[in-house]
Design a protein around this ligand. Structure first.
Ligand SMILES: [Zn+2]
Length: 244
C-alpha cells in the first residue's frame, strides 16, 4: 500500500456556472482535511471551470490559499485565452500572485490551442515559464492539438490531464509532456510507464472524482511498487523542483 501521495490535479474554491452535477465548491480548510484523510502531502490546485472575467477573482483565492498552506499547495492560475487582457492576467498570475503554473481547458474556454490567434498568449506562457496542465478529451481538448504547443515550446512542461490513447502518443513524441491519471484506466497507466516512468503523475480531479476510486485505478495497474511510488509521489516532487 502507498502511504504518501502528491496530487497533480485538484480544483479549489467557488464553482462557476459550469457544473456537471453537484456543486463542486470546496474551500481550502476542507480541502486540507481531505488531504489529511488520504495522506496527500501536497497538490497542484487551481480554480473550478468558469467563463469571462471571473478567473481573476478565483486566481486571487488560489494565491491566498497557497499563502495559508505553502507546504501543501502549488497554485496554478486559470485564464480565458480569448480575452484581450489574457496576457496581462498571465503576468499578474506569475509576478503579483506568485502562482507557479497554468490550467487550461480548451473545451470550457472554447479555444483551439493551435490557432494563430493564440500565438501571443502561448508565447507569454513560455516566456513567463508557466508549466501548463491541459484538460484532454475531445474536440479542442484533443491531445493532437495540444501537441503543437508542446512541440513549439520544448522547455515548457506540459501536463496532459485524464490520460488516454491520444495523450500516450503525444507523451511518446515530446519529452516535455507529462501525463496525469485522473479518470484513466489501469491499462493506460501501464502503457505510459512503458514509455517513461518518470513522466506519469497521480491526479484526482477533486472534487469531480473521489480519492478512493482514483487511488484504486493506480493501485490496480500492473506496474512495480517502485513505479507506483514514482507515480504517487516522486515524479511530482521532481517536477516541482523544476518548476521553482
Ligand atoms: Zn479538472
Amino acid at each position: 500500500m502507498i502511504t504518501k501521495i502528491c496530487d497533480a490535479h485538484v480544483h479549489l474554491g467557488k464553482s462557476g456556472p459550469w457544473q456537471p452535477y453537484a456543486d463542486p465548491t470546496i474551500y481550502v480548510d476542507d480541502l486540507i482535511s481531505l488531504f489529511d484523510e488520504y495522506n496527500v502531502e501536497s497538490a497542484i490546485v487551481f480554480p473550478n471551470p468558469n467563463v469571462g472575467d471571473k478567473y481573476a477573482q478565483m486566481n486571487d483565492y488560489i494565491a491566498m490559499s497557497v499563502r495559508k498552506y505553502p507546504k501543501r499547495l502549488i497554485g496554478f492560475g486559470r485564464v480565458d485565452p480569448r480575452r484581450e487582457d489574457a496576457a496581462e492576467e498571465l503576468g499578474r498570475i506569475k509576478n503579483t500572485l506568485h502562482l507557479t503554473g497554468l490550467k487550461l481547458h480548451p473545451m470550457v474556454e472554447c479555444f483551439r490551442p493551435d490557432h494563430p490567434f493564440f500565438n501571443k498568449f502561448f508565447q507569454t506562457v513560455d516566456e513567463l515559464c508557466l508549466p501548463t496542465l491541459f484538460h484532454t478529451g475531445d474536440g479542442f481538448s484533443s491531445p493532437g492539438l495540444i501537441s503543437k504547443i508542446a512541440k513549439k515550446y520544448p522547455k515548457l512542461p506540459i501536463i496532459l490531464g485524464h490520460l488516454k490513447e491520444g495523450a500516450l502518443t503525444v507523451m511518446g513524441q515530446f519529452e516535455n509532456v507529462y501525463v496525469e491519471t485522473s479518470g484513466t484506466l489501469p491499462d493506460f497507466i501501464e502503457l505510459a510507464i512503458d514509455i517513461d516512468e518518470e513522466r506519469v503523475l497521480f491526479g484526482s480531479d477533486i472534487p469531480y472524482y473521489r480519492y478512493p476510486t482514483q487511488i484504486a485505478i493506480v493501485e490496480a495497474s500492473k506496474i512495480t511498487q517502485k513505479a507506483k511510488r514514482k507515480v504517487f509521489y516522486e515524479n511530482f516532487k521532481a517536477l516541482c523542483s523544476k518548476m521553482k
